[in-house]
Write a protein that binds this ligand. Structure first.
Ligand code: 4AD
Ligand code: MG
Length: 464
């Protein structure tokens, strides 16, 4: 029976016991008659030091030839370590080499600092680095925490379709889905394949949001959330856009925009608390090497009350700011990342919720406010990232919804199922979407979302 390195370092096994570990060598060091091997298995931030001496039968034939990256099984006695900083180690009785490294000099992840750009080129091996194994453990804690949070509060996890015929956000950044058989179809006059009937006779796309489907379930089961992959054919090369990302979308009946602002704040704080409680070592690493002071920033967040500000007032703050922005600040234009970051980093110095955006820059489903100029929309902005969540109160009044659909050139017949919710027992309801990678980026301080998802999908990035 083998042990996780975490269980050993946590003191779950008494010293003096014989233990077995399985993992990959991170570093080796040889002294006269001894080899010191640090072995990692991903269960926790640290590896454990193995002391192998020349009495091992394969010492000179194998052990001294071990190198970073080799996989091993080690059995031996768990002992207090004499070495500085290490309090436990294994005195090996047996070291079995499971997998050699073909050519040690060619092993891509040497025990030294590599650039993030380089590590993206070796996405299959980067989980063996401190940064990516720590990121992955934090990502896992946050994913589990998402489900715990909503489950504890009576939300049902809803699986919404990946293949869809609607463009929820109306931004037109859709990936087409087609049936391969289409490739055998006759060509059009111009010689192109006619894709207009891709999915068994219907144009289809990969989903940009599960929201419209989530609304139908919220308007029957009261509280639901989605958590799944989401796709956007945005040809953007920024630190915060992926073509495939994970989104969490709670949707709540009998709830308004203020309820969503409160839910978003509570939810974000819950995730942060779970990470601080469960990933102290991983966060200590980020704090020291990636984003100095990030632990302090997260601890402060837990005590901060998020600031709420109307879009109109945010514009006033930006107009008064003594900063030359690249993009104009004007009523009817969306806030750009530089504006968002100014507001949250320089002005308020904490997370903020910007509310009530002009109707013309927001999707068709948002509820028109009494001023008839703005909609009940909100964006949650955080220092370091900018927009991390976006949501709204939905238009529950049939007439208003039909008007907005007309203005957005949407075909009423195609959305009959959606407007039906307003015909049969309509209720005020609201929800938001949180970008999972942006949440992880915020928590870890890893500023590029390509570095917080195992296999990033961005323009030109599809190798792995
Ligand atoms: O603001 P968005 O587009 O809102 C919606 O999709 C709504 N239907 C959500 C809802 O009300 N249920 O996206 C929500 C969040 C953004 O705030 C951002 O964090 C993230 O999803 N996001 C992305 N993350 C990574 N890469 C991209 N290309 C993203 N686009 C949006
Ligand atoms: Mg948005």
């Amino acid at each position: 029976q083998s042990h996780s390195i975490k269980s050993l370092l946590n003191g779950q096994v008494d010293t003096g016991q014989t233990v077995e570990i399985k993992g990959w060598i991170r570093t080796t060091r040889d002294a006269k008659g001894f080899s010191f091997l640090v072995v990692h298995d991903g269960s926790c931030f640290d590896g454990i030091q193995v002391v192998a001496d020349e009495s091992l039968p394969n010492y000179s034939t194998e052990v001294i030839k071990l190198f970073t990256g080799c996989s091993v099984i080690v059995t031996g006695e768990l002992t207090e370590s004499g070495g500085k900083g290490q309090n436990l180690e294994i005195k090996a009785d047996k070291v079995t080499v499971v997998g050699w490294v073909e050519n040690p000099d060619s092993y891509p992840v040497q025990p030294k600092r590599h650039t993030m750009e380089f590590l993206r080129e070796v996405a299959h091996l980067r989980p063996r680095t401190n940064t990516f194994s720590a990121m992955m453990r934090v990502r896992n804690t946050m994913a589990q925490a998402v489900h715990q949070y909503f489950n504890q509060r009576g939300y049902l996890w809803l699986h919404t379709p990946i293949i869809t015929a609607s463009d929820c956000e109306g931004a037109g950044d859709l990936f087409r889905v087609s049936n391969l058989d289409l490739l055998n179809l006759p060509k059009t006059d111009k010689g192109d394949i006619d894709f207009s009937e891709d999915f068994f006779g219907k144009e289809t796309y990969l989903t940009v949001s599960g929201q419209l489907n989530a609304e139908t379930y919220a308007c029957a089961l009261s509280k639901v959330y989605t958590f799944g992959p989401t796709f956007r054919a945005e040809n953007s090369h920024t630190q915060r856009h992926l073509a495939e990302f994970w989104m969490i979308e709670p949707e709540v009946a009998f709830a308004d925009l203020n309820d969503m602002a409160a839910l978003a704040e509570d939810f974000l704080k819950y995730l942060v608390k779970q990470v601080l409680d469960n990933n102290a070592d991983d966060m200590q690493f980020f704090n020291q090497f990636v984003d100095k002071g990030c632990v302090q920033r997260l601890e402060t967040l837990l005590d901060d009350k998020f600031e709420q500000v109307n879009y109109a007032d945010a514009l006033k703050i930006l107009e008064k700011a003594n900063v030359k922005f690249e993009y104009p600040v004007k009523w009817g234009l969306d806030l750009q990342t530089e504006h968002e970051r100014y507001l949250t980093e320089k002005h308020f110095k904490k997370p903020i919720v910007v509310k009530n955006y002009p109707e013309e820059i927001k999707p068709f489903y948002m509820r028109l406010n009494d001023d008839k100029k703005t909609v009940a929309a909100m964006d949650v902005l955080v220092p370091g990232v900018g927009e991390i969540m976006g949501g709204s109160q939905r238009e529950e009044r049939l007439e208003y919804l039909l008007n907005r659909m007309k203005a957005h050139n949407l075909d009423e017949a195609e959305y009959k199922w959606y407007t039906d919710l307003r015909r049969y027992g309509t209720v005020p309801h609201s929800g938001f979407g949180a970008g999972f990678e942006r949440l992880i980026s915020y928590v870890t301080g890893l500023s590029n979302v390509r570095d917080v998802i195992p296999f990033p999908r961005t323009p030109g990035n599809i190798k792995f």
